[in-house]
Each structure stands twice: as C-alpha cells, then as structure tokens.
Design a protein around this ligand. Sequence first.
Ligand SMILES: CC(C)(COP(=O)(O)OP(=O)(O)OC[C@H]1O[C@@H](n2cnc3c(N)ncnc32)[C@H](O)[C@@H]1OP(=O)(O)O)[C@@H](O)C(=O)NCCC(=O)NCCS
Length: 167
Amino acid sequence: MNYQITKITEHHIDGYAQAFDSVARELRYLAYFEGLSRETTVEYVRQNIAENWPHFVALVGEKVIGWCDISSLDRPVFEHAGGLSLGIIHEYRGKGVGKKLLTAALQAAKERGLSRVELTVRERNPVAINLYERAGFVKEGLHIKAVKINGQYENHFSMALFIPENE
Ligand SMILES: CC(C)(COP(=O)(O)OP(=O)(O)OC[C@H]1O[C@@H](n2cnc3c(N)ncnc32)[C@H](O)[C@@H]1OP(=O)(O)O)[C@@H](O)C(=O)NCCC(=O)NCCS
C-alpha cells in the first residue's frame, strides 16, 4: 500500500475529523462515542499547529487514513508532558501505518524536549498495548470501570513513556 506520513495542516482537518469519528464509532477502542464537533476539532488542530505539538496524519492519496498526535495538557505545570492519541481507519490496520505514525510522533516529542508522553488505552486492546510497550511505554495504573458503553463497563490502563532529557 502506498501511503505517506505527514505533519497535519489545516487542509487535513476534515479528513482527520472523519478518521477520528469512524474509529470512535466502532466503540471498541477510543473513550468516545463519536468524533468531536468541527469547531472543537478545528480549534484543537490549530492549537497543535500553532504551538508545534506533534500531530501527524497518514494519507493514501488525499484521504486521511490515520493520525497520531501528542498534545498539550493545557497547564504550565504539565509543559514537559503531552497526551497521545492514535488511530487507523479499520480497513488500513495491520499494514505498519500505526507503528510508523507512532514513531514519527515520538521522534517529534523528543525534538520538542518532552520528558513524559502519556495515554490511556482500553484494557481489551492488546494490539495497541503491545505496540505502546514495544515503543517503551509502561503501564502506570488500571482505571476500573473507566468507560461505560452500551451498559458495559471497561477498564483502561494509563501508560507513559519517559524520555531522558539529553535524548
Ligand atoms: C492500534 C493501531 C493504532 C495499530 O496500528 P496498525 O497500523 O494497525 O498496526 P501496525 O500494522 O503498525 O502494527 C503494529 C504492531 O502490531 C502488530 N499487529 C497489528 N495488528 C495486529 C493484530 N490484529 N493482531 C496482532 N498483532 C497485530 C503488528 O504485527 C506490529 O507488530 P511489530 O511491532 O512486532 O511489527 C490500530 O490497530 C488501530 O487504529 N486500532 C484501533 C484504534 C486504537 O486502538 N487506537 C489506540 C487507542 S489507545
């Protein structure tokens, strides 16, 4: 499959929003029922671009098929840290795109000088948990009954990657 990993631009906002929405609506992976409003998404992407937070998309032609971003935790005391989000549209999974996006975002996090990257991941998502562990993330804790979807509770792990300051 021919695809390209690139930094997000304003041009990719609608494609990114659609990709996020489609993964959210699967209900199995994210802690969302659906994507965010266009207004919120525009604001989010613009902040990432303006403040140079790592935010990458994978493209097949013009189509956004996945994303990985590490964004602000929006408090001065958390300036050394970022929150990671990653997803690939269903039909493009298992082809190496997620790993490539994660690698690009973590490299940009190092270049930015972040020392902590954190995320939450649903307990029944072994593919993502393995991918994060192989990238150096460790489990920090289990959030019991963290999400409730269609009446079913699911736990999620918090995970973090610690980047040495001289890397
Ligand atoms: C998790 C996810 C981002 C991984 O991206 P991907 O493009 O499918 O994964 P890749 O093809 O890059 O594979 C990454 C690794 O996972 C393994 N893998 C991929 N799909 C797998 C599967 N279905 N079963 C077992 N292993 C799998 C690959 O072999 C690879 O292992 P390696 O590092 O030893 O080579 C993607 O599957 C996804 O978007 N899932 C739904 C959304 C989600 O879970 N997001 C994370 C929320 S925290």
